[in-house]
Design a protein around this ligand. Structure first.
Ligand code: NAI
Length: 555
């Protein structure tokens, strides 16, 4: 490790470069009341802390008590970010201990609310904001970041934040949250992580009129100016942080597909909304195979929504179907899409490029219910950002031609879900195999307990990142996402499946991420995408890379 905040003395001991109050104010190094007496003497902390030393367990109890005192989710989010700003190690220890409870706060759904309120709840800056004012000198701007060994950058331009639309520079909550998950879920060291927001304006008029909005209150950059800004950002990142993976996050679909095509073969990068979502949804289909005995090639899938998530899933499913024996055109024919203008069919004009392979011969259909009646899909996947579109009639229709219909209501946050878990189970008489984008509580229905799985990208992207950076992969490939999906599905236990849950418990996420990292590394070696020597035991190697949220000894 080559962090600039401390000097390594030996494997257990590091020496902070700061002392006294500066040390207490450095979140990476601060241990608060857990500084030992010897450390306090040696590091100029005597008298700056209450006399009694706390263990980390006692600190966890204290912050948890304070956390539980907050009476709404946004306040809980603010509390957690403040802890991250004060004592990062304790923040990650708390996250690790209570990941199932805290993930919905630091990520979807509550992070959506935090983004909407970003300028109003803003306390302390985190990450880098780049705008047209930095054109021509982004290299120097990136050098302002204090850490030099950055391995993961999550970047957004704020145009499509979850299902909430254009939130401009308020979108910074997303890279911040995703990078917290890189550390909490996969153990990527926090000092290796850098959140970046490209402030290219916003077309959200209400933000232009909000005096507390912190981004540029001007219309979005488009066209050549936008492309040049993104290009300068990518080039400068590569120069300043040559080992960094770039994860594109929550870009509008006007740019997301283009940028993915432009950079995927040039730099170590991926788009989580397209590729990460695809991988977690494919994992859900693989898990369902064990539950309902239908292989991937036997499905007919209707996507409600034809944007980044939908097309990403479609493309990966098509490659999984071809791997399973279908030819490419047959596989394409098994995936149908609806967008805001109805069913995607050949006769429609002006279809966006990413929809063209899925524009099949069929008469136009406006209503989802009619599409379900006509196409008789085995799987219905909601990725439209439109709430409550999977009505009782739609779910009942799915049940008429499927003994076990697969219903994935993936739109986030919770308020945008196409249906709730309870509706899916009730309207299908307990037959639906359900997964959602945001978390839902278990449901009791006619004496059975159903545990809805959350198709959370957090199962996938942290492990992809860990695997890629650990073996110095040069590119992120589709095969890595397929391998991640298979690995994830393989980690779902019979007990999880017995309750209808298609994903492992989030409590096992670190172990899951290490396994996914291994699968990704295997692909990197197979595809000759790394020049690092292959470790004998890849799993032990990945585990050894994982950051643990315990305090280091300082003296
Ligand atoms: P997007 O903006 O690229 O696509 C949205 C699509 O929905 C567009 O094709 C649009 O035409 C369509 N649509 C809008 N209104 C519609 C209507 N009334 N009827 C039919 N289609 C309609 O957005 P993206 O990235 O695909 O995300 C969509 C949703 O999926 C969001 O809510 C997002 O939070 C969620 N999502 C969930 C993930 C997960 O569960 N793991 C991961 C990524 C996204």
């Amino acid at each position: 490790m080559s962090f600039t905040t401390f000097r390594k003395i030996d494997n257990q001991t590091i020496r902070p470069l700061q002392t006294g109050m500066d040390l207490l104010r450095n979140p990476h190094l601060n241990k608060g009341t857990a500084f030992t007496r010897a450390e306090r003497r040696r590091l100029g902390l005597s008298g700056l802390l209450p006399q009694r030393t706390s263990t980390q367990d006692e600190q966890v109890a204290r912050v948890r008590e304070n956390y539980l005192r907050k009476d709404n989710d946004l306040e809980k989010y603010i509390f957690l970010i403040a802890l991250q700003d004060r004592n990062e190690t304790l923040f990650y220890r708390l996250l690790n201990d209570f990941i199932e409870e805290l993930m919905p706060i630091i990520y979807t759904p509550v992070v959506g609310q935090a983004c909407q309120q970003f300028g109003h709840i803003y306390r302390r800056s985190r990450g880098i904001f780049l705008s047209r004012h930095h054109r021509g000198h982004m290299h120097q701007v990136l050098q302002n970041w204090p850490e030099k060994d950055i391995r993961v950058i999550v970047v957004t331009d704020g145009e499509r934040i979850l299902g909430l639309g254009d939130l401009g520079a308020n979108g910074m909550g997303i890279p911040v949250g995703k990078l917290s998950l890189y550390t909490a879920c996969a153990g990527v060291h926090p000092l290796h992580c850098l959140p970046i927001t490209l402030d290219v304006g916003t077309n959200n008029e209400s933000l232009h009129h909000d005096p507390l909005y912190l981004g540029l209150p001007e219309p979005r950059l488009r066209g050549a100016d936008y492309d040049a800004l993104v290009e300068e950002f990518v080039a400068a990142s590569q120069e300043v942080f040559p080992r960094a993976l770039i994860q594109f996050e929550d870009f509008g679909n006007l740019n997301a597909f283009r940028l993915l095509r432009q950079y995927r073969d040039r730099v170590l990068s991926f788009n989580d909304d397209i590729q990460g979502t695809a991988s977690v949804a494919l994992a859900g289909l693989y898990s369902a195979e064990r539950l309902i005995g239908k292989s991937i090639r036997e499905h007919r899938i209707l996507f409600f929504g034809a944007g980044e998530a939908a097309i990403g899933i479609g493309d990966l499913v098509v490659s999984a179907m071809t791997e399973d024996g279908l030819d490419h055109s047959e596989a394409l024919g098994r995936c149908w899409f609806m967008d805001s203008k109805g069913l995607v069919v050949k006769s429609r004009s002006n279809l966006q490029e990413h929809k063209l392979p899925y524009a099949h011969d069929h008469e136009p259909v406006d209503q989802l219910l009619d599409a379900v009646r006509s196409l008789r899909p085995t799987v219905l996947i909601g990725v439209s950002g439109q709430a409550a579109q999977f009505t009782q009639e739609v779910i009942e229709e799915m049940g008429k031609h499927n003994p076990r219909p697969l219903i994935f209501a993936l739109s986030n946050p919770t308020s945008k879900a196409e249906c709730t878990a309870e509706q899916a189970y009730r309207w299908s008489q307990g037959q639906a195999v359900f997964a959602s984008g945001s978390p839902f509580d278990p449901v009791e229905f006619e004496g059975s307990r159903f545990v809805p799985g959350q198709a959370n990208n957090a199962y996938i992207f942290p492990g992809i990142g860990l695997g890629a950076i650990a073996v110095g992969a040069r590119r992120i490939t589709d095969e890595m996402f397929s391998a991640a999906a298979k690995t994830l599905a393989g980690l779902v236990s019979a007990d999880d499946l017995a309750h209808g849950c298609l994903f492992p418990p989030l409590g096992k996420i670190r172990a899951v991420s290490a396994q996914i990292a291994v699968a990704v590394a295997e692909v990197a070696y197979r595809q000759d995408l790394t020049s690092l020597a292959r470790p004998q035991d890849l799993l032990a190697f990945m585990q050894a890379q994982q950051y643990t949220a315990t305090y280091q000894q300082y003296v």
